[in-house]
Ligand binder design. Structure first.
Ligand SMILES: Cc1cc2nc3c(=O)[nH]c(=O)nc-3n(C[C@H](O)[C@H](O)[C@H](O)COP(=O)(O)O)c2cc1C
Ligand code: SF4
Length: 641
């Protein structure tokens, strides 16, 4: 029983029904050519309001056209935005959620070619391009823009606004000494660097009204050299309280920081709680914490132990809009877990694509699903393969009312994903398998292990449809001398299944995600590892946030990475190759682990001729790809037309 997470709280003028805030996420969809919100964004929020969020924030509300963070975010900078915002608020408010907008200006972290900032210093990472230092009159105008935008939010019916003072965007750029080297009244001293933020608060009060609730998001730490630090936050927090902030939302990180704002699975859950805890000691207004909080029990403990007053969840609300309702009902294992891969969400939006979620392909499609619900025609569906694709497809067919059975040739579920989840720091990948498996139990879908698809299975079940989700296996490359070497040859799958044990010095052939996590696993076991990557970049299929932490681990494990590799030949204990055109010869090695391409396993397709059922290939069996495409394709297969 989560007794504290669902206690109501009063924040400013607002009575909030629980302690769960859906944090602002610039999701990069759901606006028209004028950046006015559409049904797509509205239904995305409706799903999450229905799901029980106490508070929710629209992310990326642009206060000025020159400060838009990404192309497809809602604009708040002229009154033409109000009618569609009003429609959205009216839809969402039916579900007893306090609904607000986060107001922001991207400054030097905007995607636009012309960027402004307190000083002409480009962002240290992620976005490129020259930056122009703002004139004083422009700073005053931008503060007024925040005020006007808040007034529009109030007119549209939003309950509150949050000022985005965190994550290295414009306000944070003023706060941090490394991005603000101004010598006028906006730079230098603490008082000067915080002036813009206080002017924004004044402008909001003036234009939206003294009583309009304003929360503030600031970093507890920028985690970058000469950045904003926890001492600064602790000093500023009581001043913000005095200036009328109704809550403080404490986050961390900027573009290029050592601890990322949106951390991947390698980071401990609840990584920024200590920052909020320090602020809570110095203010009386509610303090919100955020950052890889995905376990409702942890969230409840945070409130119980008084470490924060509200818990903000970002990605968990993408992965499962029903998170609060399920947590409240004690159905914790029914919550679809965010696995911290960062690929469908932040990696996509920073590539200026619409945000989505690897484990929940419905993100951004809620408006379509509303119309699609009723169209199912029950049939008998046999799913071959209990990897993520098979499990996801089976679940969706069962949810749509079909009679479903799964057959799996091995003795457990999960396929290659279950193996990947055994590598260091990637255990959370197993959470999504647990979710699907428990869903199949709940939906009474039998999963028959040690049962490869056969004529006998088809004759017994008599399916109308067969879904082949039989996965993929590593492909052996053809390289001179590889099969004649005296070194042990094995694949990553052999390593992860424990079928083969490499020697002390190992060559991993392949610098994709599988190659790198294999190298990490072997390095953690104390082996000396080199990775040979034919491509010019490593693990392109991973999100940059996830890859960042993995690369840090490989550095610590002293794994030597070679890229742009052309292998010349293998010897009995080594390999000759060029890397970036430079010749290299390595010797003294004991094992070679092949971790390059995968090939689809689809032998069972030949049974199609012996069956009246329709056969469909999905997932890796169709073509080996990232999990994200496999789950969305699997769910699509299971959905009614
Ligand atoms: C796709 C995406 C977009 C985001 N956009 C914003 C944003 O506009 N403003 C903001 O303050 N934080 C933004 N964040 C950060 C989240 O609000 C949150 O702080 C972060 O994801 C960590 O919380 P989580 O681990 O619960 O996801 C974004 C996160 C994601 C995944
Ligand atoms: S894409 Fe990955 S990190 Fe992002 S919300 Fe989905 S599961 Fe979580």
């Amino acid at each position: 029983m989560l007794s504290d997470l669902f206690r109501p709280i009063r924040i400013g003028q607002m009575d909030v029904k629980n302690r769960l805030l859906m944090s602002a996420m610039s999701i990069n969809f759901g606006v028209d050519d004028n950046c006015h919100v559409t049904d797509q964004l509205t239904e995305y929020f409706v799903a999450r309001a229905k799901g029980g969020a106490g508070m929710m924030l629209v992310g990326g509300g642009s206060v000025h056209p020159g400060g838009q963070e990404l192309p497809d975010l809602p604009q708040m900078y002229d009154d033409s935005c109000i009618p569609t915002l009003k429609k959205m608020v009216a839809r969402v408010k039916a579900y007893d959620t306090c609904f607000g907008v986060q107001l922001m200006h991207g400054g030097r972290q905007s995607y636009l070619p012309e960027k402004v900032a307190p000083s002409a210093i480009p962002a240290p990472a992620v976005v490129k391009g020259e930056v122009r230092a703002l004139e004083v009159d422009e700073i005053k105008e931008l503060a007024a823009c925040f005020g006007d935008s808040a007034r529009r939010c109030r007119e549209a019916g939003f309950d509150f606004v949050e000022i985005h003072g965190a994550h290295g965007y414009l306000i944070n750029q003023f706060l941090a000494p490394n991005s603000n080297i101004r010598t006028d009244e906006y730079g230098g001293s603490f008082e000067n660097r915080t002036r813009f933020l206080f002017e924004i608060m004044d402008a909001i009060r003036e234009k939206a009204g003294e009583d309009y609730p304003v929360g503030i998001r600031i970093n507890g730490n920028d985690y970058i050299e000469n950045g904003w630090e926890l001492d600064d936050t602790v000093r500023l927090a009581p001043m913000l309280e005095k200036a009328g902030a109704v809550y403080l939302h404490i986050s961390g990180g900027v573009y290029g920081s050592t601890e990322l704002t949106i951390p991947s699975m390698y980071t401990p859950q609840g990584c920024f709680i200590h920052l909020a805890e320090a602020v809570k000691e110095v203010v009386d207004i509610p303090v919100v914490t955020v950052g890889r909080i995905k376990d409702p029990v942890q969230a409840d403990d945070i409130i119980k132990e008084g470490r924060a007053d509200m818990v903000a969840l970002g990605r968990s609300f993408l992965a499962d809009p029903e998170y609060p309702n399920k947590a409240k009902a004690g159905q914790l294992s029914n919550i679809r877990p965010c696995v911290g891969c960062c690929l469908g969400c932040i990696h996509a939006v920073l590539a200026k694509e619409p945000g989505s979620c690897v484990v929940n392909p419905d993100v951004g499609r809620e408006y379509k699903l509303v119309q699609a619900e009723a169209a199912s025609k029950p049939s008998k569906v046999l799913v071959a393969g209990a990897g993520p694709s098979g499990l996801a497809a089976a679940r969706m067919f069962a949810l749509e009312g079909h009679e479903v059975m799964v057959c799996e040739k091995g003795e457990s579920h999960g396929g290659l994903l279950a193996l990947a989840a055994t590598s260091p720091g990637r255990g959370e990948l197993g959470d999504i398998l647990r979710f699907f498996s428990e869903e199949l139990d709940r939906l009474d879908v039998p999963v028959n292990y040690n049962t490869p698809l056969s004529k006998a299975v088809l004759d017994e079940f008599m399916p109308d449809q067969v879904i082949l989700a039989t996965g993929s296996m590593p492909d052996m490359p053809v390289i001179k001398g590889l099969f004649k070497t005296a070194m042990d040859l094995m694949t990553s799958v052999d390593v992860f299944t424990g079928q083969e044990t490499p020697g002390r010095k190992v060559i991993v052939l392949g610098g994709g995600m599988t190659g790198l996590i294999t190298a990490d696993t072997l390095a953690e076991q104390g082996r000396e590892v080199v990775v040979l990557n034919r491509k010019k970049s490593f693990a392109e299929e991973m999100s940059s946030n996830d890859r960042y932490y993995l690369r840090e681990r490989l550095k610590k494990g002293r794994v030597k990475l070679y890229k742009n590799v052309a292998v010349k030949s293998f010897s009995d204990d080594g390999v000759a190759f060029t890397a970036n055109g430079e010749p290299v010869v390595l010797d003294g090695f004991h094992s070679v682990v092949i971790s390059e391409k995968h090939q689809a396993v689809r032998d069972a397709k030949k049974l199609e001729k012996k069956s009246a059922a329709e056969f469909h290939l999905i997932g890796d069996a169709k073509s080996p790809r990232h999990l994200m495409y496999c789950i969305s394709e699997a769910e699509e297969a299971g959905r009614s037309e």
